[in-house]
Design a protein around this ligand. Structure first.
Ligand SMILES: [Zn+2]
Length: 164
């Protein structure tokens, strides 16, 4: 319990960001995402710009069907790349059982899953196509890293990250 009048000290990161990390806002995955970024990508909080967007890269994957969302997110990423010359990595993470993707499937209909058998395949294809889009932005030396977070059900449910 906090005593009345006790003041908390909140950290401020002085350093410039090294990466942009795009992932879904799904609350069930937040802890896994944060721990993955720190433990496996070796980025501490304060060293990366988190872009927490419902659907992960979904908004960037449909420039023709979702042009406003596409432009908004693409422009934000461009802004960060121009603002911070320290950013050389962009990490894109999609995840299994994404409700945003399910909602897009309902609203866009059959064309949404055109050319793919399964939602997982769609999400993995989107990671690759968005990587190409970002490489086309013309930022020199940009490294794009792609991950798909799967659910592993083995008594308890955990999250496993696969590099794409
Ligand atoms: Zn999601």
């Amino acid at each position: 319990m906090d005593t009345p009048g006790q003041e908390h000290i909140y950290h401020f990161a002085e350093s410039k960001p090294l990466a942009i990390v795009v992932y879904c806002s799904d609350s069930r995955f937040q802890r896994a995402f944060r721990e993955f970024v720190e433990n496996e990508l070796h980025l501490e909080e304060g060293e990366y710009i988190p872009m927490v967007i419902s659907g992960g890269v979904a908004s960037l994957s449909e420039p023709l069907r979702l042009p406003k969302e596409f432009k908004y997110i693409k422009d934000r990423i461009l802004f960060f790349l121009e603002r911070f010359d320290s950013v050389h990595r962009v990490v894109l993470i999609n995840h299994e059982d994404c409700r945003h993707y399910e909602a897009l499937k309902s609203s866009l209909g059959a064309i949404f899953l055109q050319h793919v058998q399964h939602m997982t395949e769609k999400q993995i294809r989107d990671l690759s196509s968005v990587a190409k889009t970002l490489l086309g932005l013309g930022a020199p030396g940009l490294q794009i890293e792609l991950y798909y977070a799967r659910l592993v059900k083995n008594g308890t449910t955990t999250v496993r990250f696969e590099k794409i």
